[in-house]
Ligand binder design. Structure first.
Ligand SMILES: C[S@@+](CC[C@H](N)C(=O)[O-])C[C@H]1O[C@@H](n2cnc3c(N)ncnc32)[C@H](O)[C@@H]1O
Length: 200
C-alpha cells in the first residue's frame, strides 16, 4: 500500500510532470539545471562525461549547453532505452570500467558529472556506504580524465564520510561547494558536491 501511494505521489510530483511536458527523460534534469544556474558548469563546444547517465535527462540538458560541437559520453550499467543522438554511450560498471574506453580518443573532459545512486536497501548505513563508494570512484575518474580548470558534480548521500569526501573535492578543485537543489526531494539524504576549476 505504501509503495502504491509513493508511486502515485511521484507521478503527481510537479517536477515529474514538468519533465514530461518539456520532453526530458527524468525529473533529475531540474537538479542539474539548478546546479548549473548557480555555478555555470558548461560552455559551448565542451567535452562532458556523465557517469550513471540512464535514462538520459542530464545528457539531454548537457547537449543544450555544449551545442552540436560539444562531445558527450555517458556511462551506465544499464543500457539506455532512448539513445541520445550524437552521444557515445558506454554500458558498464563504474567500478570496473577501463578509463581508456571512456576517454576514447584520449582527449581530456571539461566536465564530469555523476548522478549515480546505489540500489537502496532501506538500511541507511549500507546505502550511505554504497553511495560513498560510487562518489569516491566518480571523483577518482574525474581526477584522471579532467582537463585543468574542469568542473565536477557528484551525488553523495549524507553520511559518515560526507565531510571527508567534500574535503577531498576541495583539495583538487579551486572551489568545492555542496548543493541541495529544490527538485531533490527534501526527504532524500542526497546532496551534490560541486568542484569548480580542477587543479591537475
Ligand atoms: C538517478 S539515476 C541517474 C539519472 C540521470 N542523471 C538522468 O538524468 O537521467 C542513477 C543511475 O546510476 C546508475 N548506476 C548506479 N550504480 C552504477 C555503477 N556501479 N556503474 C554505473 N552506473 C551505475 C544506475 O544504473 C542509474 O541509471
Amino acid at each position: 500500500m505504501k509503495k502504491r501511494l509513493d508511486d502515485r505521489s511521484a507521478r503527481h510530483d510537479k517536477f515529474h510532470q514538468q519533465a514530461k511536458r518539456e520532453g526530458f527523460l527524468a525529473r533529475a534534469v531540474y537538479k542539474l539545471e539548478e546546479i548549473d544556474d548557480k555555478f555555470g558548469l558548461f560552455k559551448p563546444g565542451q567535452r562532458v562525461l556523465d557517469l550513471g547517465c540512464a535514462p538520459g535527462s542530464w545528457l539531454q540538458y548537457a547537449r543544450t549547453k555544449v551545442g552540436d560541437k560539444g562531445v558527450l559520453v555517458g556511462l551506465d550499467r544499464a543500457p539506455l532505452e532512448h539513445q541520445p543522438s550524437s552521444t557515445r554511450i558506454v554500458v558498464g560498471d563504474v567500478h570496473t570500467i577501463d578509463l581508456a574506453v571512456l576517454k576514447g580518443d584520449n582527449e581530456a573532459f571539461d566536465v564530469v558529472l555523476s548522478d549515480m545512486a546505489p540500489d537502496t536497501s532501506g538500511i541507511r548505513s549500507a546505502d550511505q556506504a554504497r553511495s560513498e563508494a560510487l562518489f569516491e570512484r566518480a571523483l577518482e575518474i574525474a581526477c584522471a580524465v579532467l582537463a585543468p580548470g574542469g568542473n565536477f558534480v557528484g551525488k553523495l548521500f549524507m553520511g559518515p564520510e560526507f565531510k571527508a569526501l567534500t574535503e577531498a573535492v576541495r583539495a583538487r578543485f579551486t572551489t568545492g561547494k555542496t548543493a541541495k537543489p529544490a527538485s531533490s526531494r527534501q526527504i532524500s539524504i542526497e546532496q551534490y558536491v560541486v568542484g569548480m576549476g580542477f587543479k591537475k
